[in-house]
Design a binder for this molecule. Sequence first.
Ligand SMILES: [Cu+2]
Length: 146
Amino acid sequence: MSNAGKLISVFVLAVSAGLAKAELVVESGYVRASLPGTANTSAYMTLSNTGDADVVITSATTPLAAKVTFHSTMNHDGMMHMMDMENLKIAAHKSVVLESGGMHLMLENTTAILAADSKVELVLQFADGQKKTLSLPVKSVLADKH
Ligand SMILES: [Cu+2]
């Protein structure tokens, strides 16, 4: 290969490295419909990072809840315990599944009854300052676990 050819290859590599940026794909997202007499509910989704850099979600907000927290669920002697997580990290080229009985987003002190077939707007705030707004459907789930 000529020197000019080598130079061009190096340049192309440098450009693609510069453009490599985290891309987050959100699938199968939904919010569990409010159960009677409860002010908290949870949101589930699959988060896939198709980019070359880790993605860290530092917070989430919705106009329909006072607070959104990141929870993991642990089974301890048959009792389900929820624990707060500081943030939600999705490593490069990996997926994180938020599901009933596992990690989830907790919508605390909802300001309205979240009825099945309505929509909840959820804003994810990332460590790099970017935001992503999701519109999640509300579904009735007849399970009593989180
Ligand atoms: Cu929870």
